[in-house]
Design a protein around this ligand. Structure first.
Ligand code: SF4
Length: 259
């Protein structure tokens, strides 16, 4: 396998999108918004990621680190709560790039959210949590947190083809689930798997489910299926890489399970 090392890339990206001022960790963001996902959620979109998915809807900000503004955890918390309270949402999240690149920033936001009625959804590729058991333990202490580990493909080969990272790192996504469950997060309720299935071979999907069951009996029934949404900038990216999905959806015709 010839793909890149996503942990090396994480270190390099972190230097550009994370900074510390007066002992506080700041993260670069490119926008804050409300949205219909999860029945209504306030979202901060971070800049920077340690994968290079060829179907990424936010590739202009996840694959590049040039454009954005640094915010402190407290700034982010206030922005998210402001959006959520105005619109009557229960959920807050970070999205866009990979939120776990800035661990201290993320943990401080969670501390602030723990003192509210809001639920924080961490959408992550899981690699850094799979790599570091202690990171999982720190996350698991936060009562407001739900973690959605989003798998990129259903096998090491699909992972490498879709993300550009070596397939030998694919297993860290499973280890993220293992570490979070070992740290006390309830499977299905506080931690669950999602998977991009637009490009997957049915046999690999079966093996993927078996691997989940080997972690925890019943875990495969909580899979959140993801499919490519054909936004024009996503179509452009897939064309550039010659990527041909088996199943997609149009942005204005999404099934209920995708919203
Ligand atoms: S892990 Fe997510 S944010 Fe990062 S490149 Fe892949 S789809 Fe984009």
């Amino acid at each position: 396998m010839t793909g890149f090392n996503p942990f090396t890339l994480a270190e390099n990206v972190r230097k550009k999108v994370v900074c510390v001022k007066n002992g506080v960790e700041y993260r670069m963001y490119y926008r804050f918004r409300g949205g219909r996902w999860y029945g209504g959620i306030a979202t901060g979109d971070v800049v920077g990621c340690n994968l290079r998915c060829k179907f990424c809807w936010s590739w202009k900000y996840s694959h590049r680190c040039g454009h954005g503004k640094f915010y402190s955890p407290r700034d982010v918390f206030h922005k998210l709560v402001n959006i959520a309270s105005r619109r009557g949402y229960r959920f807050l999240r970070l999205s866009g790039g990979e939120p776990t690149l800035s661990m201290n920033h993320l943990l401080r936001i969670l501390e602030l959210v723990d003192n509210t009625e809001y639920i924080f959804v961490l959408e992550t590729n899981g690699l850094l949590i799979g790599y570091d058991k202690k990171y999982a333990e720190k996350l698991a202490r936060h009562s407001s947190l739900i973690v959605r580990v989003s798998f990129k493909g259903a096998s090491p080969e699909e992972f490498e083809m879709l993300t550009g990272a070596s397939g030998k790192f694919y297993d860290y996504q499973f280890r993220a689930l293992e570490n979070l469950i070992d740290a006390g997060m309830e499977p299905g309720e506080r931690v669950y798997p999602a998977i991009m299935l637009s490009f997957s071979d049915p046999k690999n999907i079966e093996r993927f489910k078996e691997r989940l069951e080997s972690i925890c009996s019943g875990l495969s029934k909580y899979i959140d299926e993801e499919y490519v949404i054909l936004y024009p900038h996503v179509v452009k990216l897939m064309r550039r890489y010659g990527l041909k999905p088996r199943k997609t959806f149009e942005p204005d015709n999404l099934p209920d399970f995708m919203i």
